[in-house]
Design a protein around this ligand. Structure first.
Ligand code: ADP
Ligand code: MG
Length: 726
């Protein structure tokens, strides 16, 4: 991995002794709870170790001949670390992780007990999986699902507060017929698809020497909120939906921008530090922590890794954030939009592709490949995002993310690419063909030889773009903070594979195999020129939030799928099915299953939000408002009884009474809308978008207006100021 080289920890301080506070050093903790390469080296016979390393490096299936040996070593190691149980850990279509624990305990024929973990138990499991969503795949065939060890991701130990320790074996989850029931298997297939096509490009440029495969790299930055657990527990909406369904904006929000990168409060740093400690033990290389834009909002980011490992580590990061929070009296909120009126949370997926020899193919400055090859990969991305913007949008669709993407917030639902001035200038050169003049000495330079060094930290210059080039990688910023990133990365890889395939095929056709350098060069130049002129409409460096961009994007013919109701059906289209099938990522049935599950989840979320809001309004807000009304009436009556007229008081009373009545009416309409179940999934999605979502908003507006009038001692739930302005 290029990790050490590209993102090196500061070597200068690496050999200092453990910190003066006596806290253990990160490097000592790192990976101590993983069945890592080091552990394997120590515990496995050398031939078995070599075999397993090859499997992991090349992404191959595990050799059954070594499974027993590996399982036995893994069990001994786990038991020495206090584990009593093992589980196959996988990522079902729910978007979370799933595990079913089995004890190592096994009875002997002599009536005793021993710990056992066989090769077959390691390689394959059969969870009783009938209640995982399958989008209909299992109903038609076999109810059973199987989990199979993904040897490319290390096994690890999960330890609870009280020390209960479980060996977790990362697995894929498939049906009896071999269809993917999870998010991991399609990801692995998409990684293979990119590798296959990218290798063709390397061969064309003659840069494939010593390269076995191309890997996808991923570093996912996670944004989250921390609120007091006690206060959060008093709000049914936070407890059930993970977001507030009502709440008036506090007098001070994020207007002063004083939170971003500000000093981190002590209790929060202690929390972060404990999260990091746990993640280090699990071999998750977290590196960055800081305050985010909104009050009480924070971020954690890792050093990037192979995408197949990074997605597992991202799931673990969410798990650890949530579980450690309670120890510090916090509730960690991962929702995309927990609080109206302040920024929501995203998960920036930093993505690139690299050779297994450590060359980042999207790094224009890497000496080991020419700029022309870089431009070819860059153009492949531009073409893919333009042609398949609909799929990229569908990949991040969820009820929660709709609050960010469709709203006037970062980033918009229009998929566009930020390139920055220098690359934009190079695209101009490519398109105008001017680049020919700058050719030097017959090398493949395409005018890009004069390409200045790109500033590495370019990303924050444009925070409004959903897909930004940030010096040596792309940053897919539109991904929601609760998302399981395997799916967006799968889609991204697949559309890139298609573009690379197109480019490789075109170059082979135009230049012929074994073309001379000059012939190849002119073929590349002509092809990139075509691609740039056709697809650069997707590039936009300006303010993605502005109304002008929405108008301009419409003029350019770019899609603006504002909500999940528009985005999810993209997966039903023939074009999508053909694409995923062609690259062996998802069969038509597997894609249908994802469509079904996404629809179901969208509707389930809206249903739960509707019922939660109704409960809060009827049992908390309305009673408080009526108490207020009663008090007002009493005061008014008493005031008038002593002969003092109070026009203001009467108006206030009327106003409160009117709000109560509108609130009741809106609740009745929401209840009716919620009870309606249109027949087709498309109609259900639209019903959610057009009936439920607007009513949730209407009710919240009445509640928020009431919150500003009802006396604080009568208001039944913690306010935004209580929750996020600490
Ligand atoms: P910034 O986004 O502020 O420029 P960094 O350059 O440090 O900050 O990158 C942010 C994230 O991108 C980190 O998680 C980092 O590991 C990841 N990253 C850096 N290089 C790559 C790469 N080649 N592939 C994938 N992720 C990367
Ligand atoms: Mg960043």
């Amino acid at each position: 991995m290029p990790r050490e080289r590209l993102d090196s920890m500061d070597n200068g301080s690496m050999n200092s002794n453990s910190s003066s506070s006596g806290a253990p050093r990160a490097s000592d903790l790192y990976g101590t709870l993983t069945f890592s390469g080091d552990v394997m080296l120590k515990r496995l016979p050398s031939d078995v170790f070599a075999n397993l390393q090859r499997t992991m490096r090349l992404g191959l299936a595990l050799d059954p001949a070594i499974a027993n040996t590996v399982a036995s070593a893994m069990k001994d190691w786990a038991i020495e670390h206090g584990a009593t149980h093992y589980c196959h850990w996988f990522q079902p279509l729910t978007g979370s992780t799933a595990e079913k624990h089995d004890a190592f305990l096994s009875l002997t024929s002599e009536g005793g007990a021993i710990e056992r973990f066989s090769g077959s138990q390691l390689i394959q499991g059969e969870p009783d999986a009938s209640s995982f969503p399958s989008g209909g795949i299992r109903d038609t065939y076999e109810a059973r699902g199987y989990t199979a060890w993904d040897a490319t991701s290390p096994a690890f130990l999960i330890r609870t507060e009280s020390g209960v320790t479980t060996l977790c074996v990362p697995t894929v989850f498939v049906s009896y017929t071999g269809e993917a029931l999870d998010k991991k298997l399609p990801l692995l297939r998409s990684i293979d698809a990119v590798s296959l096509q990218a290798m063709r490009i390397l061969r064309i440029f003659g840069t494939d020497a010593g390269v076995n495969r191309v890997i996808s790299t991923l570093g996912a930055e996670q944004e989250y909120f921390l609120v007091d657990a006690d206060l959060a527990s008093e709000r049914l909406d936070l407890r059930i939906c993970g977001r507030t369904l009502l709440g008036a904006p506090p007098p001070k929000g994020q207007q002063q921008h004083d939170h971003y990168f500000g000093a981190i409060p002590d209790r929060v740093v202690s929390f972060m530090s404990e999260v990091e400690r746990r993640l280090f033990e699990l071999g998750v290389p977290v590196k960055t922590r800081h305050n985010e834009v909104a009050p009480s909002q924070y971020e954690i980011a890792p050093i990037f890794e192979n995408a197949n490992v990074a997605v597992d580590h991202q799931m673990l990061t969410m798990h650890v954030l949530r579980s450690v929070a309670s120890r510090f009296g916090f509730e960690c909120i991962l929702h995309e939009k927990p609080f109206a009126g302040v920024n929501g949370s995203g998960k920036h997926c930093n993505w690139s592709i690299a050779t297994d020899t450590g060359v980042n193919l999207l790094d224009p400055r890497d000496e080991t490949h020419t700029n022309m090859q870089f431009l070819t990969f860059l153009c492949a991305v531009i073409r893919a995002v333009d042609l398949r913007a609909d799929l990229l949008r569908a990949a991040i669709a969820s009820a929660g993310n709709d609050h960010r993407l469709g709203a006037n917030e970062a980033p918009p639902a229009i998929m566009s690419i930020f390139l920055g001035e220098m690359l934009t200038d190079i695209l101009d050169q490519l398109e105008s063909g001017k680049a020919t003049k700058t050719r030097k000495g017959g090398s493949l330079e395409l005018g890009a030889s004069s390409m200045p060094q790109l500033p590495r930290h370019a990303s924050d210059r444009n925070r409004t773009s959903p897909f930004a080039f940030t010096g040596n990688k792309f940053e897919f910023r539109a991904v929601g903070s609760t998302a399981a990133v395997a799916w967006p990365v799968t889609v991204l890889n697949t559309i890139i594979a298609e573009s690379l395939d197109f480019i490789a095929t075109e170059l082979e056709r135009r230049a012929g195999k074994g073309a001379t350098k000059a012939k190849l060069e002119s073929a590349v130049r002509a092809l990139l020129k075509d691609i740039v002129s056709k697809h650069r409409r997707v590039c936009f460096d300006g303010d993605g939030y502005s109304a002008e961009w929405h108008a301009e994007a419409a003029r350019r013919g770019l899609l603006n799928l504002r909500s999940s109701a528009e985005a999810i059906p993209v997966l039903k289209a023939k074009a999508a099915k053909d694409l995923f099938a062609k690259y062996g990522v998802l069969s038509s049935r597997e894609l249908d299953a994802r469509y079904d599950v996404l629809c179901e989840q969208y509707l389930t979320v809206l249903g739960i939000e509707a019922r939660t809001l109704l409960a809060i309004v009827r049992t908390q807000v309305l009673p408080a408002a009526m108490r207020h009304q009663g008090e007002l009436a009493d005061i008014l009556a008493a005031t008038e009884a002593v002969g003092v007229e109070s026009a203001d008081g009467t108006a206030e009373l009327r106003h409160v009474a009117a709000s109560i009545s509108s609130l009741r009416d809106a609740c009745r309409r929401l209840e009716e809308a919620e009870a309606e179940h249109p027949k087709t999934s498309e109609k259900q999605l639209r019903h959610g978008r057009d009936a439920i979502v607007p009513l949730l908003l209407e009710i919240r507006q009445i509640c928020d207006a009431l919150e500003r009038r009802v006396p604080a001692d009568l208001w039944p739930i913690p306010t935004y100021a209580d929750l996020i302005l600490r």
